[in-house]
Design a protein around this ligand. Structure first.
Ligand SMILES: Cc1ncc(COP(=O)(O)O)c(C=O)c1O
Length: 160
């Protein structure tokens, strides 16, 4: 597990992106709120550092463990791109659907690129539209999907 001290020791003025994965695959580590607050305190000292937080296992945790999204820590929403997807929690691996939540200023250029790169989930385009609309209502969400070139057929039941 990444600690605030370890992070602080390696960050430089050139550091641009911190990737956090909690709950983590493959270790199962779930960062506590306290640990994330300590990491956030280090991150905010580096104004050009962004965070990508992969939270695709957010609901696969066991009591008494609780889950915290780093974007919910004060000062972090502005610099965090939270990525998630439906494959783990809803066993929807074949749909190749994910989503991203971030401040609008990041979404606009990302949407430009995403609109030109792979829109493979034709059978679920209705759902994609609904997700898009839901996201635009909160001004913070961008549906993403993997390239159809690499996607398994929709009936696939594989996980991970
Ligand atoms: C931590 C993590 N994030 C994202 C993914 C991507 O999931 P998928 O390709 O099923 O959307 C995986 C897949 O195993 C994962 O382990």
């Amino acid at each position: 597990m990444l600690t605030a001290n370890a992070l602080s020791a390696v960050l430089t003025d050139k550091s641009r992106l911190l990737i956090i994965n909690t709950p983590a695959n493959p270790t199962g580590t779930v960062y506590t709120r306290k640990a994330l607050e300590a990491i956030a305190a280090v991150v905010v000292k580096h104004p050009r550092l962004l965070v990508v937080s992969d939270e695709i296992f957010e609901h696969i945790i066991y009591s008494p463990t609780t889950y915290t999204s780093i974007a919910s820590i004060p000062g972090m929403w502005e610099r965090t791109l939270t990525v998630n997807g439906f494959s783990k929690v809803f066993a929807m691996t074949g749909w190749r659907l994910g989503y991203l939540a971030a401040p609008t200023k990041f979404l606009k250029p990302m949407a430009k690129i995403q609109s030109q790169v792979g829109l493979p989930v034709q059978s679920s385009s209705y759902s994609r539209k609904r997700i898009w609309v839901a996201g635009m209502k909160i001004g913070a969400m961008l549906p993403i999907s993997h390239s159809s070139q690499f996607a398994p057929p929709p009936s696939s039941t594989c996980s991970t």
